[in-house]
Each structure stands twice: as structure tokens, then as C-alpha cells.
Design a protein around this ligand. Sequence first.
Ligand code: ARG
Length: 463
Amino acid sequence: AAGMLWGGRFTGGIDPLMHKYNASIGYDKALYKEDILGSIAFARANSKTGIITEDEFQTIERGLLQVMEEWKQGTFAIMPNDEDIHTANERRLGEVIGKDTAGKLHTGRSRNEQVVCDMRMWLRDRIKEIDSQLVAFLKVVIARAESEIDYLMPGYTHSQRAQPVRWAHWLMAHAAAFKQDLERLRQVFERVNLSPLGCGALAGNVFQIDRHAIAKELGFSGITLNSMNTSADRDFIIEFLTWNSIFTNHISRWAEDLIVYGTSEFGFVRLADAYSTGSSLMPNAFNLKKKNSDSLELLRGKSGRAFGQMAGLMMTMKGLPYCYAKDSQESWEPMLDSVEFVMDSLGIANGVVATLTVRPERMRAALDMTMLATDVAEWLVKKGVPFREAHHISGRIVALSENTEVSMDQLTLEQLQEIDSRFTADIAEAFKYESSVEAKSAPGGTSRSAVLGQIEELRAILE
Ligand code: ARG
């Protein structure tokens, strides 16, 4: 341990397994750039207060930029004693510009604030990318919803055919959930994008450092409120993992619907070859009848992982005493992993929906007249019949249709009038799927204008 940066008071060596167990360099090296930019901003702020000279700052900056270049070129050599990205960069800076000046970089600074700075910068930039990916995905969804607005399909409750809806309404149903995810993501961004630098290990900075100037240089929209909270807190990651749990949950339900709609039994949609697989055993796989929807299944499956990462970090942080403890390092891997897989997932989801073959004739064939029973009751209500009575009358018509095996719209007016004398010839309108969906014209409904209204509202936040 005497060789470690903090090794001043240590004499013996560290257990090699302990070194491996303790080290985070294996994954936090991914944030070398953020770490270096944070250091430059910090050193600049120290030079403004005079605690380091302008010359020293320039030497440090030049050295750090060289270290950054080494990372970029892949020539940075990680040494056995490099515990994490912060110590590795500082060690290398010492080799490049000399230990005396490099030793001034960490003036008034702690790794506790540095690690939070790196993670916050990195995560907020990834959130911006995820935001653009989600926007791109939703643009494909609304483009389909607009061009396929005339396709009708069954809407389901309890997985049973319930009422006819537009296919575009189904697209927008899931898009409504994703819209909230987008709004939520933008709120998470605001809380992630705060600068921790100038908080010290826990108690604050003694050199009158200008926290706002550092924040500005690093693109943060503000600074964290309290130094103790700053080193103790990993809420900004938990919040992202929570966002991801909710989002992947929505993706999972979306994928599940498409998996079902893609079965031979339904046949509403067909997944493009690019997002399907065959079977290693069954030769029938990968013909039209058995294409496996692995893309959608993985999208569905990831939600379990997302939830596990959120729950895992919550448990790690629960009961952790203020301020910093090494347990917090456990926030790295779920953060890195969740960002990677959610970005992949969005790319896959986008590709799936962009290349999906939709089969409106199969959707239409799945509609059945009894799904219009509610429309019949509503027709009666418009004639002044109380809804409960109308519900009962309509039920009798469904029963008659089932018993006689005659589709509801083929029953004669006389047969209908035998059940209730108030039926007139214009009941025929109620037996049309198009009239049924067009009747649902209140905002949020499945009429053409109501669906277009939803599309417009969503589009407004995608620009
Ligand atoms: N690798 C550490 C982490 O991720 C950096 C902070 C170390 N701070 C400390 N006081 N040991 O949490």
C-alpha cells in the first residue's frame, strides 16, 4: 500500500485479492474524459483563487490533455497500483509533468466529489443521447400511426376481443406511455446535471473555490446544495435506474403485444427477418409460419434486469451512513450496464417498428360483430333508453345471434323489434366497425380525429 497515492502511512503490502476487489479501474476507466475535464476545471478554479499559479495550471492542463490523448490513442498503460480512474490519471500526470506540479492538482479536492462529478457528467450526456433515441423511435411510431390510420383491429380486455379500435390507436396507446417516459427522463436530467465540485471529501472547500464557475465550464446547469449530501448521495443514479425500470417495463408490454400479434394465430404483424431468428432444430422455423421474435423477447426480458439493478442499488444505499463509504462504488456497474442496454434496446425497438409488416386484412378478419354490442346499447341510449336497460337489450341480441348462428348485422329488423320495439332501420349504422370507432371522438379516443389529436400532442414534444 505504500505505493498507492494515499499510501503515506502504510508500510505493508495490500492483499492482491483485496486490490482486485477494491479497484474500480476495470470499469471506471470508461470515464477518463470526464475525469480529465473535471480536473482541468478544478485546477483552473484553483488558479483563479491563487492557491496554484497560472503557470502551474497551464502545466497541469497541458499534462492532462496529453493523458487524455493517451487514453484516446489506446496507449495509456494502467499500472498495478492504479485503483481507479482518478488515481490512474493523477499518477500519469505526475509522470508527464513531474510530481511537484502534479501534486498540486488535488489541492482542496477529494475523490468523493471527483467520482460524483465524473458520473454526473457522463450520465447526463448519455441521458441526452437516450432522449434523442427515444425521440427518433417515437417519430417512427407516429409516422406509422399517421399512414396506417385506417386499419382497424380488435382492442382487448382480459386478452379477449372487446371493441374495435384503430391500429394507430394501439400504436399511440404505447406511445402515450413512452411520452411520459420522455418527460420523466428530462426531469431526471435536471437533477443529474448538477456540479458536485467544491464540496471536498464531505465538509466543503477551504480555498474559496468558485463552484459556479466550475459548473459552468463543465456544462452543469447548477451546483449541488450540500457538501455532505454530495459525497453520500447516489440518488442521481438510482433515479436513472428507476426511470429505466419504468421505461423497460413499457417496452416489455409493447413487445409482448407485438409477439402475440405476430403469432400465426393472430397474424396482425410480421417481424422483419433482420429482427427474427430461426431454430437450430426445427426446420420449419424461419419460414413465414415460424419466425422467432427474439428481438422482442429480449426487449421484454431486459425489464427484469433493469428492475434488479434499481432494487440492488436501493438496497446498497439503504442504511449507508453519511457521508461516503465504499459501498457507493457499487453504483458504477449498474449505471454503465443499464445505459448500454437501454441504448441498444432503443435501437432494436426502432428497427423493429420501422420494418414491421402490418397486415390490415388479418386485423379486420379478427373483428367480430358481437364487439359492436356496446354500440347497439349506445344507439338505444341515444333514443332515450336508460343505459342499464339498453345493456340488457343488447345482450339479448348477442344471445339471439349466437343461438341462431346469424351475425348480428344479418338479423332482420323484425327479429330485433321482437326483442325491443324501439329498434328502427337506422340501427344498421351501429353494425359498422367504422361507425363504431368514429363515434369515439372525445379526446383520447379511437376516432380518426381523436387519434390525430394524440399524434399532434406527442409531436409537439418531439421537435
Ligand atoms: N472508486 C471510488 C468510487 O467509485 C472513488 C471514490 C473513492 N473515495 C474514497 N474515499 N475512497 O466510489
